[in-house]
Ligand binder design. Structure first.
Ligand code: RB5
Length: 145
């Protein structure tokens, strides 16, 4: 898959670790920043990743900040983005199966790299189930106005 990665300063280290893992799994990864631990603003990176996913340049986006919360709020402001924060594998799987999430946010101050890797693995490998869930996702899209 072609995956866009983004973080702020708090997620910088985890982004590097996950980027290397994603490449080792055979994914094509674009790191859209941040590129250091210098303090930056998470909406700037959520916008880059979210716009890339919404435009179809990437099949999935992964955003990492301290909590995953700010990245989720920011990414969901972009039309076409369905961003979730998931810190357990069940939520990660359901966010794909039922919600067709196209952006995953993680909190580097909440979970460690080992769990983050498992969550990303489950999230990227779970297919959207469609069916009755498609109707609900269509209603999400209509809420965008
Ligand atoms: C940065 O201190 C922190 O607020 C940010 O990484 C994130 O957790 C925001 O939601």
């Amino acid at each position: 898959m072609k995956v866009a990665l983004g973080s702020d300063h708090a997620g910088f280290a985890m982004k590097g670790a996950l980027g290397a893992i994603l490449e080792s799994w055979g994914h094509e990864v674009d790191d859209l920043g941040a590129y250091s631990e210098e303090s930056v603003d998470y909406p700037d990176f959520a916008a880059k990743v979210g716009r890339g996913v919404a435009a179809g340049d990437y099949e999935a986006g992964i955003l990492i900040c301290g909590t995953g919360l700010g990245m989720t709020i920011a990414a969901n402001k972009i039309k076409g983005v369905r961003a979730v924060v998931a810190h357990d594998t069940f939520s990660a799987r359901m966010s794909r199966a039922h919600n067709n999430a196209n952006v995953l946010a993680l909190g580097a101050r909440v979970i460690g790299e080992g769990l983050a890797e498992e969550i990303v693995k489950v999230w990227l490998s779970t297919e959207f189930e469609g069916g009755r869930h498609q109707r609900r996702v269509d209603k999400l899209t209509r809420l965008e106005g």
